[in-house]
Design a binder for this molecule. Structure first.
Ligand code: SF4
Length: 343
């Protein structure tokens, strides 16, 4: 079986050419075609000789994604169903605002976690995405951004399908490509990895001195409530998450963003607000209150404006920065928590 050439690092490509009687430099040229120019056929490598292209074709394939279908929301959001080389489908979303265009990308096919409010959880985890499959989503959305909004992609969030820290190595490799001058050359500070909170992996990221931003989907600072809506919290309780976040801050000196949805009858009480305020004291942070988009069963409903106001006033009273994020692309099921291959 032929190997996917994009699984090779630049050094491995250079070695391959040397071992096959060519110059190491050829590896750099091929690497640039694969990543900077994102070509999908060896014959498109126009500065490589025909015989070399044939040799590459005999050894390798170039696995790549395809935009299988695309839906455009009336607010400019675009949701893509992305077909992977093995036919599996993930979703990624382009979210335009006045000042930025953000790509929300998937890191796994389905998800092994079982958050009760999340449409992706119903798909169960099928497999991790490779680094190139994550990178290709970003490239595809960057093209759409230029085509439909006349500007380059400005930000990336790992907030699509899957838990990025359960596919850590490939997520890191994809970010290396996204930020490299041989890839898209984007600044790390424009990238946010959003996790449901895997303490061991947060510590690892801190040790690895990653340069991107960290967001945690918190949704409750009370174990009993959080475990009900995010059952893995029983394995990784809030105190462990807190300790990991303290470790992160001590090592990186970078604040955390807590993503937080307020649901009717679930986390809309004063004790929920007080618990969040207390949790926010542990590590410098800001809170994004996210508008919820009901998935079909109706168990989770967005809380009232009064409940949101209670959160906002209490957080502000304690000098904790808080923003309310309106969801985009609701009409095409592209909003947070709605990605479930329905299109
Ligand atoms: S919210 Fe994130 S971690 Fe939880 S099930 Fe959905 S995709 Fe997985």
């Amino acid at each position: 079986m032929k190997k996917d050439i994009r699984a090779l690092s630049k050094d491995q490509l250079r070695t391959f050419f040397v071992e096959n009687g060519d110059k190491a430099f050829r590896g750099n040229q091929v690497y640039e075609w694969l990543w900077n120019k994102s070509i999908h056929n060896f014959e498109d490598m126009t500065n490589i000789s025909k015989s070399t292209r044939e040799m590459l074709d005999a050894h390798f394939v170039i696995n790549h994604i395809e935009v299988d279908s695309m839906q455009r929301s009336n607010d400019g959001t675009i949701k893509n169903a992305i077909k992977l080389h093995d036919g599996k489908i993930v979703e990624s979303v382009l979210i335009p605002t006045e000042t930025r265009t953000t790509a929300c990308v998937s890191s796994q096919v389905g998800c092994s976690f079982d958050c009760k409010f999340c449409a992706t959880a119903r798909l169960k985890r099928m497999r991790n995405l490779n680094a190139d499959e994550i990178y290709d989503q970003v490239v595809a959305i960057d093209k759409q951004s230029k085509h439909y909004h006349n500007r380059k992609l400005t930000n990336i969030v790992f907030m699509g399908m899957g838990e990025p820290l359960m596919n850590y190595n490939n997520v890191i490799k994809s970010i290396e490509k996204i930020t490299s001058s041989e890839g898209l050359g984007m600044a790390s500070r424009r990238i946010t990895v959003s996790t449901s909170g895997v303490p061991k992996m947060i510590r690892k990221m801190a040790d690895d001195q990653v340069k991107f931003n960290l967001a945690v989907s918190l949704h409750s600072a009370i174990d009993e409530v959080r475990t009900k809506i995010m059952p893995f919290n029983a394995r990784f309780p809030l105190v462990e998450l807190k300790e990991a976040l303290e470790y992160w801050y001590a090592k990186t000196k970078r604040a955390i963003t807590y993503e937080y949805v307020v649901w009717n009858g679930i986390n809309d009480r004063k004790i929920d607000v007080d618990a969040l305020v207390k949790y926010c004291k542990y590590v410098p942070c800001k809170v994004n209150l996210i508008e919820y988009n009901p998935i079909d069963d109706g168990e989770f409903q967005q809380a009232s404006q009064n409940a949101l106001n209670l959160y906002i006033s209490n957080l502000e009273m304690h000098d904790i920065s808080v923003t309310v994020r309106r969801s985009r692309g609701k009409d095409i099921d592209a909003a947070c928590g709605q990605l479930a291959n329905k299109s």
